[in-house]
Design a protein. Structure first.
Length: 236
């Protein structure tokens, strides 16, 4: 865990994956940065490597993360994503172990330690309560709980809402300083509202925003819903 990294609830992660890059990604990032100020929320933007520097320099409140990195040290390793380079580009963190970029536990542990060493926060994906516990034992900054069946457009159910409480409890039992996000299956602002009301302090979305006819409008509605749900939940 990179302890200097701080994030206050509620928080949201938006990952363009390879749907969006360049000027289009920069435009969305600048819009997200404005939403941070407007709604007093935290937004993590997991950018393409080549967009990290531009986005980091153009935004003030956004937490810019890389979509992946390797554990390689400085030296040999053609094609490897060097932690020092990610940090120097302007990222403050890195997403690891996404279902589309999985890592074994030993490699994941090594990569988290490299991130700690260079000063990058870690957001590590897990699919189940058991995986969330195992990931938490590696001491990342955050666990991103995502069921693979829901990634890319699946629909959440009442059972998924109950899973929020189980995963929160499992991660907190390992370390109450590890933050938890609950993603996958977030298709609109109503899903965002429901999952935050169900007990999540953070969530996120990719496909619903990237495939929308109006990505900035969809993101705005999701952030407003998150802010409203968290405010209602914590003041009830």
């Amino acid at each position: 865990m990179f302890r200097p990294f701080k994030l206050k609830a509620p928080y949201f992660e938006i990952g363009p994956k390879v749907y969006m890059y360049g000027d289009e990604a920069l435009d969305l990032a600048i819009h997200a940065d404005a939403l941070c100020r407007k709604f007093d929320v935290e937004i993590i933007f997991t950018a393409q490597y080549t967009d990290i520097s531009r986005i980091a320099h153009a935004t003030t409140h956004l937490k810019v993360f890389a979509q992946h990195m390797d554990a390689n040290p400085v030296g040999r390793g053609v094609g490897a994503v060097l932690p020092e380079a990610v940090k120097q580009a302007g990222a403050v963190g890195v997403l690891l172990n996404h279902v589309e970029k999985p890592l074994g536990l030993s490699v994941l542990n090594e990569t988290i330690r490299r991130a700690d060493d260079v000063g990058l926060a870690t957001l590590v994906c897990a699919a189940t309560v058991e995986e969330s516990t195992a990931v938490a034992m590696l001491r990342p900054n955050m666990v991103l709980a995502e069921s693979p069946a829901l990634i890319g457009g699946g629909k959440r159910s009442e059972d998924d809402a109950l899973e929020v409480a189980r995963i929160n409890a499992a991660v907190q039992a390992v370390g109450n300083d590890i933050l938890v996000l609950h993603g996958a299956g977030i298709s609109d602002e109503h899903d965002v509202y429901q999952i935050i009301r169900s007990g999540a302090n953070g969530t996120g979305s990719t496909s619903a925003i990237m495939r929308s006819a109006d990505p900035k409008g969809m993101l705005s509605r999701m952030i407003e819903a998150m802010s409203r749900a968290y405010r209602e939940r914590t003041t009830d």
